[in-house]
Design a protein around this ligand. Structure first.
Ligand code: GLN
Length: 477
């Protein structure tokens, strides 16, 4: 029999209401698993103590409201370390914020608390969300629960690993270029990125403000949907959020035209390609149609992303200057000649890891007066073309499919060249550049060195058509 922490949210919510176990028992099962496995996995940067009052409040609500209690009531969740929880440290896995305590909660956290969800801990990530393996964390990498010699993906690697290892029933991450979907594919769970603006970014430590969305990591598609529903909606504190409940439900077709850009699949490893083709055949058998589409501008998506993202990141990271947040390094008084600039330089040199420094340099360069036209403005123009091309493709297809990644999880250190790491995002960044919703679901396994490793299929839908993604993903997983 499954332990309470091994259940999906849907299963656990049912058992809680049937009194087969209590909220306390569910919490204890997750906390015990987290404490037992975290020394090896390093999925959590901090496992929270049980909050007796919160556990009791959730139990009372389930007892009182039964089926009408929110589905996340009493459910222990994993929260990425860049999502603010009042009173808790939120470090974005950076030394510069190592001791930063959030003075308020993100809107998504307020919403979850209102539903009496519980938080197991804050999860490891690539520093500020920069990376695709969680190796860029200032606090050591997370290991992939499916093969601990391999990365869990990133940047939401801690959330993906904790959900895959059943240390929490569901998780939240952020997805700026693939950070929920790619680690989900590597850990064998469902990863979802909503439409830009579907979820409030208030209280999220910003990376790329025009790209960032809070996303979900789950053990089933139904769970991903519950996690999304719980946090989506307009927020007066985030002017980029969309009006409430605009996403289409009624017009969603039953049978889909699944658009596949064959020309983009060249670099996909043969057995990943085979798993993808098998999955497409399963979709055909279920009555869906697979159609060819072309997305010629997509080959520019990665270079465009690696101009736009560093530009926005360099701006967002300017606030960590030793004056306001977290780490403040001062030159010793006796050094003399201490200036404000010295404080900035000392703090940023000591506080940021290599990848944030690299991106601050690139971002500052592409925004500089001499180069802004050549790089940043061109990238923004290409972004418009990319979006138009996708809008066009959605006339022929209801969803667009490709493998989430060209290969399964790689070994630690295998992508020490930054550009090799950037190539990890080749399939995922477009959904962020266009603001479209996207999902990754497990599509099978491939073997590497005698171990079976999960791989994912990725679907993109038009803005606010998340319903299509939940439906097509349910046909796969
Ligand atoms: N891997 C991508 C990057 O390094 C995506 C990061 C993210 O989505 N936060 O920028």
């Amino acid at each position: 029999m499954k332990k309470p922490n091994e259940m999906t949210i849907v299963e656990a919510a049912k058992k809680l209401r049937a009194k087969e176990f209590s909220v306390r028992e569910l919490w204890d099962a997750c906390a015990a698993a987290a404490h037992a496995q975290n020394p090896e996995l390093n999925a959590f940067l901090e496992i929270f103590d049980a909050e007796q009052a919160d556990i009791e409040a959730a139990q009372r609500r389930i007892d009182r409201e039964g089926d009408t209690a929110p589905p996340l009531c009493g459910i222990p969740l994993a929260i990425k370390d860049n999502i603010l929880i009042e009173g808790k440290v939120a470090s974005a896995a950076s030394k510069i914020l190592e001791n930063y305590r959030a003075p308020y909660s993100a809107t998504v956290i307020e919403k979850l608390k209102a539903q009496n969800a519980l938080f197991v801990g804050r999860t490891n990530m690539d520093e500020f969300g920069m990376g695709a393996s969680t190796e860029n964390s200032a606090f050591g990498p997370t290991k992939n629960p499916r093969d601990t010699s391999r990365v869990p993906g990133g940047s939401s690697g801690g959330s993906a690993a904790s959900v895959a290892a059943h240390l929490a029933l569901g998780g939240y991450g952020t997805d700026t270029g693939g950070s929920c979907r790619q680690p989900s594919a590597y850990c064998g769970v469902v990863g979802f990125k909503p439409t830009y603006g579907a979820v409030s970014r208030y209280g999220i430590i910003a990376l790329g403000s025009s790209l960032d969305q809070v996303g979900e990591l789950a053990n089933s598609v139904a769970d991903a949907r519950i996690l999304f529903d719980a946090i989506q909606g307009h927020d007066p504190l985030d002017a980029t959020t969309l009006p409430d409940k605009l996403y289409e439900v009624s017009q969603t077709p039953k049978r889909f035209r699944v658009g596949v850009p064959q020309h983009l699949l060249e670099g996909v490893e043969p057995d990943v390609r085979a798993a993808f083709d098998t999955t497409l055949n399963r979709l055909r058998d279920a009555g869906h149609e697979v159609v060819d589409i072309t997305l010629p501008t997509s080959k520019y998506a990665l270079p465009v992303y690696y101009i736009v993202l560093p530009a926005e990141a360099s701006t967002n990271l300017a606030r960590y200057d030793g004056m306001r947040y977290g780490l403040a390094k001062r030159l010793p008084a006796q050094a003399g000649g201490k200036t404000l600039l010295d404080d900035y330089v000392e703090t940023r040199a000591a506080g940021f890891g290599d990848e944030p420094k690299r991106r601050i340099l690139i971002g500052t360069f592409v925004l500089s007066a001499g180069y802004v036209d050549a790089y940043y403005r061109k990238a923004e123009a290409a972004r418009v073309l990319l979006r138009r091309e996708y809008d066009e493709a959605f006339k022929k297809a209801d969803v667009i499919a490709f493998p989430t990644t060209p290969s399964p999880a790689f070994k630690f250190g295998a992508k020490s060249d930054p550009v090799a790491m950037y190539l990890e995002d080749v399939f995922t960044v477009t959904a962020n550049l266009t603001g479209m919703p996207a999902i990754s679901v497990p599509m099978g396994e491939v073997e590497r060195e005698g171990k079976k490793l999960p791989v994912g299929i990725h679907f993109t839908a038009p803005h606010q058509a998340e319903e299509r993604l939940f439906r097509i993903a349910s046909a796969v997983y």
